[in-house]
Design a protein around this ligand. Structure first.
Ligand code: 13P
Ligand code: ZN
Length: 206
């Protein structure tokens, strides 16, 4: 895929997620790995109004090449790229329900979402919660690396982050994560029938 196509896809998905209320204001950030480096959304940009030629380009060592200054969450994104060689894209949002789950005291920090439906198992897998760190802090990197090989993580009291082999898959996965979090919130206190181990074992990523 050409760099121009990837830039257009970042603008398209950013707008789509923003317009559907999956992240507000200037929250959230997206990155994609290129053959010769990375593209990042600029810091303080609104995902709904990204401009393809202003995206931040970094070289393979993380040095700036062109565009506006990158998201302050570089340590977060690079923690995924460094611990998951298959990662080709990373998406971070402040989507409401996943963020709500990230604030709950009584979830299992090893896996915050018990599997109720198939797609979260197929697209996301286990979702650990890492302790709160200040947005942009480099301390988050070691915490993310401890969760490897999880492709998805909830930042405690902050929001979801997902990595995948490409941007489409990362967006699909973070949307499934948000929907699974929404189901877990709306069914709280109800008697839920979770997927059993046989059903989970029969699901394969596709
Ligand atoms: O979500 C955010 C911080 O966690 C947004 O930060 P940036 O505007 O620097 O990308
Ligand atoms: Zn954030």
């Amino acid at each position: 895929m050409s760099e121009a196509t990837i830039r257009a896809a970042m603008v398209k998905w950013g707008r789509s997620m923003f317009e559907r209320g999956l992240t507000s204001g200037s929250s959230g950030n997206i990155s994609v790995k290129l053959d010769d480096g990375y593209l990042f959304t600029p810091t303080n940009s609104c995902l709904g109004f990204l401009e393809a030629d202003r995206l931040s380009k970094l070289d393979a060592a993380g040095a700036p090449v062109s565009g506006d200054p990158p998201t302050k969450e570089l340590p977060l994104h690079f923690a995924f790229y460094e611990s998951r060689p298959e990662a080709g894209a990373v998406v971070h949002l402040h989507s409401t329900h996943a963020t709500a789950v990230s604030c709950l005291k009584d979830v299992d920090p090893a896996n915050a979402l018990l599997p109720m439906t198939p797609y979260v198992v197929m697209r996301v897998g286990q979702v650990p919660v890492v302790p709160y760190t200040r947005p942009g802090s480099s301390e988050v990197a070691a915490l993310i690396k401890e969760t490897a090989p999880s492709a998805a993580v909830l930042l405690g009291n902050h929001g979801p982050v997902v990595s995948a082999s490409d941007l489409d898959r990362a967006v699909f996965a973070i949307e499934e994560l948000e929907e699974a979090a929404r189901l877990s919130i709306v069914t709280r206190g109800l008697h839920v029938r979770y997927l059993d181990a046989d059903a989970i074992a029969a699901l394969r990523p596709s």
